[in-house]
Design a protein around this ligand. Sequence first.
Ligand code: FES
Length: 168
Amino acid sequence: MNSKQNRREFLKNSAKGTLGLITLSAIPLTLTACSDGENINTSAMANLGPLEDLKKGPFPKKVDYVVTIEDGWVTQERSGFVFIQMEENNNEMMIMSPICTHLGCTASFAKEDQKKEGITFFCPCHGGEYDEFGNNIGGPPPRPLDVFQPYIKDGEVYIPVLSPTERT
Ligand code: FES
């Protein structure tokens, strides 16, 4: 079974609802903030690839995804990316949304001169600054970058792209 088939089967199963999703996998890698399972939108689970690959640094790193979103009669493919960070002390993986918490622009890796000031992610719209764990450290963003609750099936990591979790 190839990964596209895996994803289809996963989406089919997870369409049964959150309970189905938890039964399937629910092996959180742990996040700094775990979302409440009942609020997870299971209609858009993005496959980030094998867990073993995601665990390889250097961190933080950018991981691209393409997700199929099914909404009523409409099915669309959407591409995006996340930032993955590993907390070395407790081996916890953090999967962060790049969407700036100010007004929703997309943050990207900071330039070299910004990195010297402790800035890892930068939002160019209004100068939003985040550190290596996505904490807001400068500019207008009111809170850290949102995170995703990861789920594992057959060694592959999935995230609910429409249901990021806010951190305070
Ligand atoms: S949208 Fe990112 S700083 Fe305003």
